[in-house]
Structure formats: C-alpha cells, structure tokens
Design a protein around this ligand. Structure first.
Ligand code: AMP
Length: 373
C-alpha cells in the first residue's frame, strides 16, 4: 500500500501486466494502420508514459505529437475542454490515433475528437490504456482499449493524484476509504470446547454492547423447536462432529443479516473451519466491515474434559456427558478448527489468551486485548 497526501492506494495492475498489454495494443495498431498515413497524438500529462512505451513498440513510419487539454482538476473529471495546446503538425487527411491513459466519462475525449475533425483528418480513433465502462457517458467507446476497469480512482504509470504518483511503474487504485468501513467491533471468541467461550461472551456483550452469535446455541434452539435445521444439526452434534459448512454458513449469514445495525458481533463457536472463516470475511466485507480480532482462549486438554463433565451436571447437553463424544469434539477441534488460528494470524488479528485461572482474570485479559485494538 502507498500513501499520496491524504489517500491510501493499493496495487491494482502490475508492471508486467501493463507491459504485456501495451505490446498487444501496439501489435493491433501495427496491423490496423499498416500502409496508412497515421499520426499518434498523445494527451498530456497522463498519457506520457503509456505513449512512450506504446510508441516504442510501433513499427509504422509515423509521427507522434503531444497535446494538452485543460479538463482535470483534483480527483474529478470536469469534462471541460477549453482548448488544445501544442498541435503543431497538420492532421489533414491523416489517420489520427489519440493516445489516452484513461477514458472515464468520455466527455474530454469526445470534445478533443470534435476539435480534431474540424481539421479534416481521414479518421480519428482513440487508444486508451484504461477504460471505465461504468463511468462512460458518450456513445462511441474507444476502439483500442488496454484494460476495462471498475469506476475507481487510479494512480501510477502516468496517472496522478494531485500531480503526484505519475512516476509509479504500476497502477494503484484508491483503497476503500477506511472511514467508509462501518465502525463495528467484531470479535471471534475462539477456543476448544469447554474453554469458556460462552461464559466470557456474556461479559464481553455487557461491556461492549455486542450482539452475541453462538452457532452452538442457535443449533440447540433449533433442536428444541424441532425444526428441520435442528434435526439435521442434531445428527452431527450428538456424535461430536461438525455440522457441514454449507449449512452452518447459511445459518450464520441469516443471523448476521438480521442484525446489521448491531454495534458489532461476538462470534462464539464460529468459524470452526477455514472455509467458514473465509465465508465470514466475505459476509462482513459485503456489510462494509471486518473482523477486528480473534481472541483465542488457550486451555489444556485434561482441564477441558474436567470442565465439560462438570458442565454436563447442569447443562443437560448430551454432548457434554459422554467422555467418548467429548474426546471426539476435542479431536475435531485439533484437526479442523485449530488451523483457523493460522488464518487470523495471517491477518495479524490473533490474540492468544490464557484461559486457565479465575474467570474474572480471564475476562480482564480479554478486555485488555480488545481495548488495545
Ligand atoms: P458449541 O455449543 O459451540 O460447543 O457447539 C456444539 C456443537 O454444535 C458442535 O460440536 C457442532 O456439532 C455444532 N456446531 C457449533 N458451531 C459449529 C460450527 N461453526 N460449525 C460446525 N458445527 C458447529
């Protein structure tokens, strides 16, 4: 990521991709204008780098001219074309190829073309490295296009933001404004069965006003209400297995979508697999937000078993009461769920929390981790 003045930009089109596309455009032009009296007219300032690289690959006997039009200011295309400066060569009866770095609304290029036509050229076409179909307002789209891109502000390879960034060898696009990201606190409370996720969740909800989503609780709610989803989930839960991703993700999506006005979410028992983690990222990104942190409660296996057997006395959960099922749940955690930590570690969002000791002490550690975000 790079910063230019107040804006952040992220890589978009790599230098190698640009090079290949420029070569391919040149090849097309070489074929199209073979044997014709052609003149290239590049529009300054933005097109200087593209024009230079493109022209090196042109093997026609042709001239190049650089013109300037005044139409751009800041980040908006004003569409105002006052005059063309610098067109010294006659274009009468010549095939004109206008070289542009980017065509967005198309208003500028349309006005330039009109001015050109008054000089009676044989033809006028546009060759643009970048084209924004969603922003384009004119009828005639450029004949030669390098890349069609979404309607995002771009810099680099001749294109500027407030006159800076033209020297970059690759093209960057404006990073989605961080302030446009919803200011939500989204926590994944993670850990093996019996780590204390449920207990600690209640305390986090209280302090941070988060909406609590426990996939285990939702499944149990469905089981007690004898829904179809409950029937299906039960067959897996009773054996200590995971409910299939497809079912779980669909259910979680529906729950999140019911609560989009929440201050944030605490995800308890989800994600339990890497595909679930990816799906959660996608879902939150659709809502314009993301996971703030994964807080992973670390508790050793023997302690987990003791806690679960004790919990069985009051929870009434069949999967807490049977040592074979408990062992299976722990095994499934190790094999399928623990790797999810690596996923969040890769995003620099993983916080390991010691889950042993008095409940209040663990809560304090969780609060500290959240407050450090
Ligand atoms: P929990 O209440 O979080 O211990 O979950 C109880 C059981 O519900 C688990 O053993 C799974 O069978 C099922 N379950 C809960 N969350 C998930 C999930 N994210 N993916 C798959 N199965 C889940």
């Amino acid at each position: 990521m790079i910063q230019i003045r107040d804006k952040k930009f992220v890589p978009f089109i790599k230098a190698g991709e640009i090079k290949a596309e420029v070569a391919s455009l040149a090849q097309t032009l070489n074929k199209e204008y073979e044997g014709k009296d052609v003149i290239f007219i590049a529009i300054l300032n933005g097109a200087f780098m593209f024009a230079s690289d493109l022209f090196k690959e042109i093997d026609l006997l042709s001239a190049i001219s650089f013109i300037k039009v005044s139409s751009y200011s800041g980040m908006n295309t004003t569409g105002r074309v006052d005059e063309i400066i610098g067109l010294m060569t006659s274009i009468k009866d010549k095939h004109v190829v206008i070289i542009e770095d980017i065509v967005d609304t198309g208003i500028t290029i349309e006005k330039v073309k009109k001015l050109m036509w008054s000089e009676e050229p044989a033809s006028v076409e546009t060759c643009t490295l970048l084209f924004k179909p969603d922003a384009f307002q004119e009828k005639e789209i450029p004949k030669f296009i390098g890349f069609s891109i979404p309607n995002r502000f771009v810099v680099g390879y001749g294109l500027d933001y407030d006159e800076l960034g033209r020297n970059l060898g690759e093209i960057y696009q404006l990073k989605e404004d961080d302030s446009s990201e919803k200011n939500m606190l989204n926590i994944v409370l993670f850990g093996p069965p019996g780590a204390g996720k449920g207990t600690q969740s209640e305390r986090l909800i209280g302090k941070y006003g988060l909406s609590h989503l426990s996939t285990g609780d939702i499944f149990r709610f469905n089981i007690s209400n004898k829904t179809e989803l409950g029937e299906l989930a039960k067959s897996y839960m009773d054996k200590g297995q995971l409910v299939p991703d497809e079912v779980t993700i669909k259910m979680l999506r529906a729950e999140v979508e019911k609560n989009t006005e929440a201050k944030g979410f605490i995800f308890d028992g989800f994600p339990r697999t890497n595909p679930q983690a990816k799906a959660l990222d996608e879902l939150l990104s659709e809502l314009g937000t993301s996971i703030s942190a994964m807080l992973s409660l670390e508790v050793e296996e023997e302690e987990l078993k003791t806690r679960l057997m004790k919990r069985a006395e009051t929870s009434g959960r069949p999967d807490d009461a049977d040592p074979v099922i408990i062992q299976n749940r722990i095994n499934v955690y190790r094999a399928e769920t623990e790797p999810v930590k690596v996923y969040y570690e890769g995003q620099d969002k993983l916080f390991g929390i010691n889950g042993l000791g008095p409940i209040d002490d663990i809560t304090k550690l969780l609060f500290e981790a959240i407050d450090s975000l």
